[in-house]
Structure formats: structure tokens, C-alpha cells
Ligand binder design. Structure first.
Ligand code: PLP
Length: 403
């Protein structure tokens, strides 16, 4: 079929997608045509405030001009070398990201799930070579309600039936404990435990915030038992929770940071495992890789995306705006359907007694884009560059929906 340049109506585009695209998502029926900062626009010129930020991939806002300029500049020079050759962006990306994370080494990948897989491989190999775990006996402890991505290995240790059903058989070697329970971690550790893989806040599970002191407690337990503490900060990292990394809210330095999403500010899939020489040193040439991982376009984009988080003090903005938004919602949003409003930085949950989908649909009609998470939770996670005025406007729309 020839490509036509005539505009296609939103309705028609939705029908085409339904027919030709696999139905592994249930999107709200807004067809985004362009976006800028915290706002997205449909073909009819209607604007919507983005309160999802592509699951926190857009902390820097849509189409950030500095990241866009870096992308264009790099795209015109060289985009892909593969790791068969070196490029002039990868070294600086690794150096700058390691410094930001107060770590020693970086292993770049593309998607978040690939970075989690990389961390799992690193932990296992570390367990065999540095902790003398017997071959094929390494265990990794994970938490119930986790979300670490969609590969077969990762969904194999999910506790969410919808992520798993029909996709087995699964990879062995994972042990599940309740989230937020440090004693359960200590009880689950055996001589074969290589790592504890966790999210400092469980976002996809409905923004579940562990009790104060949990991060410090699990860090101490891991240290005591020579178990790697692997923090999946793909969604919580790079400013979202009001600190550069959510672990740092309790002054915890994990052994491994897993990063993605906002690492590229929404322009391009870039993920990374950031750790010590002891851990990432387990990879020798040929033991792991990715054709696009560490490509110069990705590295140029990510270097600028990280710089923007720092230069625009996005973590500080998340602290200030998040505290205001949480207090405002708690003070002014009252409805029998609301069970709890909780949050950390600009990551806020309106937890309902009933499914959140209809509320998200109503909010969309009023120009606010949210997506339900875990069916009963409305997640508010706007770009961290959002203005206070725009947040005030979002609150007005939320009050209207719950009026
Ligand atoms: C999104 C996410 C992932 C997976 O990232 P993808 O880029 O979608 O593969 C893993 N862990 C957490 C905590 C996430 O939020």
C-alpha cells in the first residue's frame, strides 16, 4: 500500500492500530501529535497536561530543547558504531554517569528490562567468582509485587498473574519475600544468595512506599551477609522522588544501580547498570553485549539528559512541588471513593476503593492525562519541569472529577 500524506483522522488511526497492532496495551483514546514540556497536543489542537510522563521517562519534559539539540547534532555525525569499534561519546557517558552515581563503572544497554537482565547476570557471575557459590546454585532474592520488566526471566519472578500466565517455563534461582519487610530478607538469605534485587518504591505495584528505615535496614543486612544490594531505580531515579536516587533519601549507596527511562529524557531507549569494578569487572570480552548498547547517539542523548536533571535542579523541584501537591490533594480532595493519598516527590498515588480507569477517562476529557496503575490507583507523575500553575490547574480538574 502506498503511503499517503493526507491527514488521517484520530478515529481512523485508532481503528488502524486496533487492526494491525498487537493488543498488549489498553491505551486511553488520545492520539498525540506533538508535545512540549508538560503538555501534549492531539491533531485537533486540544492540549492535555501529561501527568504520567511515560512512566517517568520524561522527567525533563517532552522534547527538551537541549536534549533535542544533542540528538540532532549527534545524529548528523555518527549514530551507531557497535561495540566492535570505539566511539567518542561512550567514554564520557560512562565517566559522567559513574560520577553522578558515586560508582566506578557503567555498562550501557537499551531498555530497562535489558539492564535488569544485565544486573542479574552480573550478580550471578559475581556470586560464582567472588563468593564461591557452587555452579548454577546462585539465588537472587526479589520482592512480591515487583516490576522489573517483561523478559521471560523477569516475569518468571513476578507475583502478578497477568504478567506471567502462559509464558512459562521460567528461569529458576529467584526467591520472593514480602516488600518492606527487612526481617524477611535476613531470613531468606542462604550461603547461595548472590543479590537482593528491589525497587526503593514499588511504582507499578501502585506506588508502594516502604516503612522509614527499610532501605538502611536492607543495606545493612546485605553488607553483613555479603549479598549485593541491587536497586532498580529505572522509575524512581534521576530526580523523581525528590533525590537524585530514591536510595539516597536514606543515605543508602547500593552495590548496583539499574537505570533507564529518564536516562534519555524520552528521546531514545537508553539504560545502564552502574556499579563497582568488583561487580562489573566480572564481564570479560564476549560474555555480554548489545548491538545498540552504548551507541554514540544514545550516549550523546543520555549525557545531555543527565546534565539537564542536574542543571535544572529537577530533584529539588520534585521535592518542593511534590510536597505542595501532596498537601494540596490531601487538604482539598475528599470523596468516599478515595482510600489514601500518598507520595514521595512528584510520584503521587490516589488510592481508590474502586477501579481507577473511569476516573482517568474523565480526567482525560478535562485535559489531564493519567493512567491507572494496579487498577485501583491513579498515579500522578508529571514531568519534573512542570510549573506550579499547571499543577494547580490539574488539582482543579481532579476536584471536578471527584466533585
Ligand atoms: C519501566 C521499568 C522497568 C522496565 O523498563 P523497560 O524500558 O520498559 O524495559 C524495569 N523496572 C522498573 C522499576 C520500571 O519502572
Amino acid at each position: 500500500m502506498a503511503h499517503s500524506t493526507a491527514p488521517v483522522s484520530a478515529e481512523h488511526l485508532i481503528a488502524i492500530e486496533e487492526e494491525w497492532g498487537a493488543h498488549n496495551y489498553h491505551p486511553l483514546d488520545i492520539v498525540v501529535e506533538r508535545a512540549s514540556g508538560a503538555w501534549v497536543y492531539d491533531a485537533d489542537g486540544r492540549r492535555y497536561l501529561d501527568c504520567l510522563s511515560a512512566y517517568s521517562a520524561l522527567n525533563q519534559g517532552h522534547c527538551h530543547p537541549r536534549i533535542l539539540a544533542a540528538l540532532k547534532e549527534q545524529a548528523e555525525r555518527v549514530t551507531l558504531t557497535s561495540r566492535a569499534f570505539r566511539n567518542d561519546q561512550l567514554p564520557l557517558f560512562c565517566q559522567e554517569l559513574a560520577a553522578l552515581c558515586r560508582m566506578q563503572m557503567v555498562l550501557p544497554m537499551n531498555t530497562g528490562a535489558e539492564a535488569v537482565e544485565t544486573a542479574i547476570k552480573a550478580a550471578r557471575r559475581w556470586g560464582y567468582t567472588k563468593k564461591s557459590i557452587a555452579p548454577d546454585q546462585a539465588e537472587i532474592i526479589v520482592c512480591s509485587n515487583n516490576f522489573h520488566g517483561r523478559t521471560t526471566t523477569i516475569v518468571g519472578f513476578s507475583s502478578e498473574p497477568g504478567y506471567r500466565e502462559g509464558f512459562g517455563p521460567f528461569t529458576p534461582g529467584f526467591v520472593t519475600i514480602p516488600f518492606g519487610d527487612a526481617a524477611a530478607l535476613e531470613a531468606a538469605i542462604t550461603p547461595n544468595t548472590a543479590a537482593f534485587l528491589f525497587e526503593p518504591i514499588q511504582c507499578e505495584a501502585g506506588i508502594l512506599i516502604p516503612p522509614a528505615g527499610y532501605l538502611r535496614a536492607v543495606a545493612e543486612i546485605c553488607k553483613k551477609h555479603n549479598v549485593l544490594l541491587m536497586a532498580d531505580e529505572i522509575q524512581t531515579g534521576l530526580g523523581r522522588t525528590g533525590a537524585m536516587f530514591a536510595c539516597w533519601r536514606e543515605d543508602v549507596q547500593p552495590d548496583v544501580f539499574i537505570l533507564g527511562k529518564a536516562l534519555s529524557g524520552g528521546f531514545y531507549p537508553v539504560s545502564a547498570v552502574v556499579s563497582s569494578r568488583e561487580v562489573l569487572g566480572v564481564f570479560a570480552p564476549g560474555t555480554h553485549g548489545s548491538t545498540y548498547g552504548g551507541n554514540p547517539l544514545a550516549c550523546a542523548v543520555a549525557r545531555t539528559a543527565v546534565q539537564v536533571v542536574q542543571d535544572e535542579r529537577l530533584a529539588e523541584r520534585a521535592t518542593e512541588l511534590g510536597a505542595w501537591l501532596l498537601a494540596e490533594l490531601r487538604a482539598t480532595l475528599h470523596h468516599a471513593a478515595i482510600q489514601e493519598i500518598r507520595g514521595c516527590g512528584l510520584l503521587i498515588a490516589i488510592d481508590l476503593h474502586q477501579p481507577a480507569r473511569t476516573y482517568c477517562e474523565k480526567l482525560m476529557q478535562l485535559g489531564v492525562l493519567c493512567k491507572e496503575t494496579h487498577s485501583h490507583v491513579i498515579r500522578l507523575a508529571p514531568p519534573l519541569v512542570i510549573s506550579k500553575e499547571d499543577l494547580e490547574w490539574a488539582c482543579t480538574q481532579l476536584r471536578a472529577v471527584f466533585a
